[in-house]
Design a protein around this ligand. Structure first.
Ligand code: NDP
Length: 442
């Protein structure tokens, strides 16, 4: 049954290996749930789940600073709305194509379900590369992107957010355009600025949430984060705030990366310097050496996983840890891996970690803090209220603990104690499956 659905997905979505990978991982995990619930088989829940409710692909024309016309491609996949309005980020990166957006949208269904908040799954983006573009070029692109996207989204329909290449600046330009066209001030995007409807803690949320989840993992492992050595790949939103929380809790973060290479600072990364480079100046990480000449820089990203550490946090992008990197980490004595990025470990790497008893926190559970806080932003927008930093942070912490508990308990219920990959998939899936069944054939 499961194999048949996977085969269909591969056949009907050719040339989309990331989507195939994500579907295979989830469907294989939930096979035992279908054995227990034949009504899901009868209602063809899996067949319906792997087919997005709506796929929107559109032209994004814009003008660069030299006056030349440019054209990119925009996407929004409204994947599943069984438990709430579609919710998921927008990614602007040259590697974006329909298969990446589908894989991310599919994952988002289960992640959002785990957060305990009423949010369906969606994802979007463009193959536009904000790197090297002026603010005016980014603004013109975002305005053109939103001029089309605004036809499909709304605070009760589909609420996009940021992802790779889409931060506060891009959300601002897109929100401005949405407001102008629709003449309404609503919570249609999350990750907004604090002065115009954003939530405190949203910036920090994915990174902080990852560490709150990691703390639950470590509790069961009988280990402390204090004094641990950490490698956190990437140097974007997730990596920076995960590293910040690790440092606050007494861990030493020794390495970070960007898409060109990685830095190793045995004395501990100076996060102020990284923030200045990446958040303010938008420069390459290599320039860190100007701040800390004793640190080391190496071109290319893979070798970051050969650095000895207790805790590895892949926080950059998909498939960044392969089996070879996993083997290196294990050889060097890693105890825990928690995924901040989406699908950063290949299936072979995950199996290697599990086989070697490394405590492994899968992305859809461990990095759900960002979307959870986006959900809290939606709640505050609906209430026309703003909660304090402490209130949102405490809520986030509770949600991450709940996600850990749900994943752990589902793994135990289905006879795979400690396997949070299977546990998160089953817990996320079960709620969506029950809701789809209740809502009939739609
Ligand atoms: P950012 O754009 O802020 O940062 C991404 C970081 O990863 C940058 O350092 C970037 O380097 C690096 N990177 C991007 N692509 C590659 C690549 N192909 N190879 C190596 N490094 C790469 O994005 P985020 O921090 O927001 O997102 C990181 C990951 O976390 C993504 O997988 C995203 O989907 C996931 N995520 C993000 C959430 C959020 O709230 N932001 C929520 C949940 C998941 P460079 O600067 O050179 O581009």
């Amino acid at each position: 049954m499961v194999k048949g659905v996977i085969d269909q997905v591969v056949k009907r979505n050719p040339g989309e290996p990331e989507f195939h990978q994500a579907v295979k991982e989830v469907l294989e995990s939930v096979a035992p749930v279908l054995e227990k619930h034949p009504e899901y088989k009868e209602a063809k829940i899996l067949d319906r789940l792997v087919e997005p409710e709506r796929q929107i692909i559109f032209r994004v024309p814009w003008q660069d600073d030299k006056g030349e016309f440019r054209v990119n491609r925009g996407f929004r996949i409204e994947f599943n709305s069984a438990i709430g309005p579609y919710k998921g980020g927008l990614r602007f990166h040259p590697s974006v194509y329909i298969g990446i957006i589908k894989f991310l949208g599919f994952e988002q269904i289960f992640k959002n379900s785990l957060t305990t908040l009423p949010m369906g799954g969606g994802k979007g983006g463009s193959d536009f590369d904000p790197k090297g573009k002026s603010d005016s070029e980014v603004m013109r692109f975002c305005q053109s992107f939103m001029a089309e996207l605004c036809k499909y989204i709304g605070p009760d329909t589909d609420v996009p957010a940021g992802d790779i290449g889409v931060g506060g600046r891009e959300i601002g330009y897109m929100y401005g355009m949405y407001k102008k066209i629709r003449n309404e001030f609503t919570g249609v995007l999350t990750g907004k600025g604090l002065d115009w409807g954003g939530s405190l803690v949203r910036t920090e949320a994915t990174g902080y949430g990852l560490i709150y989840f990691l703390l639950e993992m470590l509790k069961d492992l009988g280990k402390s984060i204090k004094g641990a050595t950490v490698v956190s790949s990437g140097s974007g939103n997730v990596s920076i705030y995960a590293a910040q929380k690790c440092q606050e809790l007494g861990a030493k973060v020794v390495a970070m990366s960007d898409s060109n290479g990685y830095i190793y600072d045995k004395d501990g990364i100076d996060l102020k310097a990284v923030k200045q480079l990446k958040e303010v100046e938008r420069k390459r990480l290599k320039e860190y050496l100007k701040h800390k000449p004793n640190a080391k820089y190496e071109d290319g990203c893979n070798n970051i996983w050969s650095i000895k550490c207790d805790i590895a946090l892949p926080n950059a992008t998909q498939n960044e840890i392969d089996e070879k990197s996993a083997a290196k980490l294990v050889e060097n004595g890693v105890w825990a891996v928690a995924e901040g990025a989406n699908m950063p470990s290949t299936p072979e790497a995950i199996q290697f970690f599990l086989k070697n008893k490394v405590c492994f926190g899968p992305a859809k559970a461990a990095n759900a803090g960002g979307v959870a806080t986006s959900g809290l932003e939606m709640t505050q927008n609906s209430q026309r209220l703003s909660w304090t930093f402490e209130e949102v942070d405490a809520y986030l912490n509770r949600i991450m603990k709940s996600i850990y508990k749900q994943s752990k308990e589902a793994a135990e219920e289905y006879g795979q104690p400690g396997n949070l990959v299977v546990g998160a998939n089953i817990a996320g899936f079960s709620k969506v499956a029950r809701s789809m069944l209740a809502q009939g054939l739609v």
